[in-house]
Design a protein around this ligand. Structure first.
Ligand code: HEM
Length: 339
């Protein structure tokens, strides 16, 4: 905002406050404590204190007149902004805790009950190429930027309540400054990763009858039977669509927030912020599940994104149709790197 606009805004605020004060002093009787009482309107039949809240309830905005081109500067107070702030300081913190801590607790319980899902009879000797270098690059580009976006985003929502008391003002301020820069700049590699994943993996993620059967059989999580699956099973297709659609929604709302008021007004900004935070929280909960199963939750799964080659026995158990097709195509199996 230019300094002229700022001065005008301050003067406007002063004039407004003075006129409100003068009006109430002239027209309203004082109560016993010396506070002015509200006028008797249709809404307020009793003698009540004049509260800002009452004024705001009756006027959707406290607005003045200005002559500068930026007409938004005429709005001094917008009540929805307060509801938005109250939501962020209260319910949103609880929703965040439920999504992050609740999901972590669920995964801990799942791990305690089920343990690591093992390859039946242990690892074999042969491996099969599952993801090429480019697929692994786009996965880790998305995953690495997403992790920093998630941490820096959670800091915006809960950092003040959780980290500030632990870190103190200076450290929290430095951390938050870097977190904010990271959040803004890493949005771009994340968007690039989402677009690449969509283009490269779309053909493997069209839902079909095999997925329905996979879900009917509990995805192999219930009991020890592994339902047949192509390159991606039904559960992974759900992850793919959460990533693509969630990532798409985060991109649209995130860009609206990054370039304020270019495409929307204040209400739109508030809605964009609510949608951005809500989608991000759901996605964090879903991705915690994905990270669990892609690392400690399943023996042999991480190899696919480490060097691209998976144990043939693992491939036959979890992606039998894909493994059969790959073997028929190239027959390219090679021993584990360590053997
Ligand atoms: C940071 C920890 C992560 C680990 C350890 C991890 C691990 C893995 C592994 C091992 C696979 C291959 C599974 C297979 O061979 O069938 C995979 C696939 C995939 N990952 Fe990740 N991942 C991580 C984070 C992410 C993030 C943050 C995203 C997206 C925001 C993501 C999106 C995907 C997608 C879309 C797939 C293909 C579908 C699927 O397998 O579910 N990953 N990941």
């Amino acid at each position: 905002m230019s300094s002229l606009a700022l001065v005008k805004r301050i003067v406007l605020a002063g004039v407004f406050a003075l006129s409100m004060h003068a009006a109430s002093a002239q027209t309203l009787p004082d109560d016993s404590a010396g506070r002015p009482a509200a006028p008797a309107t249709g809404l307020n039949t009793d003698k009540v204190e004049v509260h800002e809240q009452q004024l705001l309830g009756e006027m959707r905005k406290l607005q003045g007149f200005i002559t500068i081109p930026d007409t938004r500067a005429a709005t001094l107070v917008q009540p929805d902004g307060r509801s938005w702030r109250d939501y962020r300081r209260g319910p949103l913190l609880w929703i965040t805790a439920a999504c992050v801590l609740g999901m972590l607790a669920l995964l801990l319980v799942f791990y305690a009950v089920k343990g690591e899902i093992k390859i039946a009879g242990g690892r074999g000797t042969a491996t099969l190429l599952r993801f090429g270098a480019f697929e692994r690059f786009m996965h880790w580009l998305t995953a690495a930027s997403w992790c920093i976006l998630a941490i820096s985003g959670l800091n915006v929502v809960a950092g003040r309540a959780v980290l500030l008391p632990l870190m103190g003002n200076d450290a929290f301020s430095l951390f938050s400054t870097w977190a904010k820069y990271s959040h803004n700049f890493l949005a771009f590699p994340f968007i690039a990763g989402i677009v690449l994943m969509f283009l490269v993996w779309l053909r493997h993620n069209i839902p079909n009858k095999i997925d329905v059967e996979w879900f009917k059989q509990g995805g192999g999580f219930i009991g020890n039977k592994h339902p047949p699956s192509e390159k991606f099973n039904g559960g992974q297709k759900v992850v793919f669509w959460i990533v693509v659609l969630g990532g798409g929604a985060l991109t649209v709302t995130g860009l609206a927030l990054m370039f304020p008021f270019y495409v929307t007004d204040i209400t739109g900004m508030q809605l964009a912020q609510l949608a951005h935070g809500g989608v991000a929280l759901l996605m964090i909960a879903a991705m915690l599940g994905h990270i669990y199963i892609g690392s400690v939750g399943m023996e042999g799964a991480f190899d696919a994104m480490k060097d691209g080659r998976v144990d043939l026995k693992w491939a036959r158990e979890h992606h039998s149709l894909w493994a059969a097709k790959e073997l028929a195509k190239s027959g390219d199996t090679s021993p584990h790197p360590a053997e």
